[in-house]
Design a protein around this ligand. Structure first.
Ligand code: NDP
Length: 283
């Protein structure tokens, strides 16, 4: 058996076309969704993520402003900027590109963003709403993964989902989101003993570790759905996932590639959240 590949880039493109139409209609009603992205320092990976976000916004017709600040920016200066943006009527969504320089406390920054403009879905209020299954801004990568699963009508309710990785931005929220969809969820992390005991029973395996080729065919059961979140740069300069694609594709029923998998969906969900914010703020 060879897995059906879920191409996130294709799905993302078709969703972006739909969003473009939606934004056109909003503009006719005088609503122009606006996203402000703050980039501190000159980390090449962060720069490339931010440019992907801007390209998507431009395509859809979302007004996106990039504020670049030097890595010497103080926490107080950044908090002041966020406070100004929180109060700026024309700004619907605020995103601070992570990671931040070490002298800035990430949690202080995340908590300073007005939850109504928290399009990344990282604010504790957004996370609390996710936990209690209320309407909220869902974190973009988990929402992208859910959208990919739904696009292939992959059953979630009653299925065993195993999430490898428990970060606040991917692992924990994706497990919670799929729990809300009635999956039975198991988390694995660096202290898990005999990880393959769990991964081998997964109907849906989601891997967000950050180690190239970490999951092999030995870790999965025949016919599983495998979602590869990892983005790792290898020696030849190319990007690869956390899953050994060539091996796992012979055993899985569905598999996401890297690149062209979860990444483009993450960006697209940021756009979705920005449009949601604009609509909510004009009500
Ligand atoms: P973190 O580094 O924050 O988390 C990694 C997780 O992997 C931790 O929970 C860690 O466990 C776990 N882990 C590490 N080693 C092992 C091990 N040997 N066995 C089991 N679990 C282990 O990463 P992120 O969640 O932020 O990102 C993960 C990957 O996804 C990265 O490659 C990142 O670049 C990518 N990513 C991709 C996105 C996309 O849109 N495609 C978006 C965000 C991230 P512990 O908690 O015990 O330390």
């Amino acid at each position: 058996m060879s897995a059906q590949i879920i191409y996130g880039d294709q799905l993302a493109q078709s969703l972006r076309e739909d969003m473009k139409q939606e934004v056109k209609k909003l503009k006719n009603k005088g609503v122009v969704p606006k996203l402000v992205v703050i980039l501190i320092g000159d980390d090449p990976a962060s720069k490339s993520y931010v440019s992907g976000k801007q390209k998507a916004a431009d395509f859809i017709g979302i007004d996106s402003e990039l504020i670049t600040l030097p890595s010497s920016t103080s926490e107080t200066e950044l908090l002041k900027l966020i406070n100004d943006l929180n109060h700026s009527k024309g700004v619907n969504g605020i995103l601070v590109q992570l990671p931040l320089p070490e002298h800035i406390n990430e949690q202080h920054i995340i908590e300073a963003i007005n939850p109504d403009k928290d399009v990344d879905g990282f604010h504790p209020i957004s996370i609390g709403r996710l936990l209690t299954n209320q309407d909220t801004f869902l974190p973009c990568t988990p929402l992208g993964i859910l959208t990919m699963l739904k696009s292939k009508n992959i059953e979630i309710a009653g299925k065993h989902v195993v999430v490898v990785g428990r970060s606040n931005i991917v692992g924990k929220p994706v497990g919670q989101l799929l729990l809300n969809e009635h999956a039975t969820v198991t988390y694995c992390h660096s202290k898990t003993k005999d990880m393959s005991l769990y991964t081998k029973t997964a109907d849906i395996l989601i891997v967000a570790v950050g180690q190239a080729g970490f999951i092999t065919s030995e870790h999965i059961k025949e016919g599983a759905t495998v979602i590869d979140v990892g983005v790792n740069r290898i020696e030849d300069g190319s990007l690869t996932g956390d899953v050994n694609f060539e091996q796992v594709k012979e055993k899985a029923a569905y598999l996401t590639p890297v690149p062209k998998g979860v990444g483009p969906m993450t960006i697209t969900m940021l756009m979705k959240n920005t449009i949601k914010a604009a609509i909510a703020q004009t009500k």
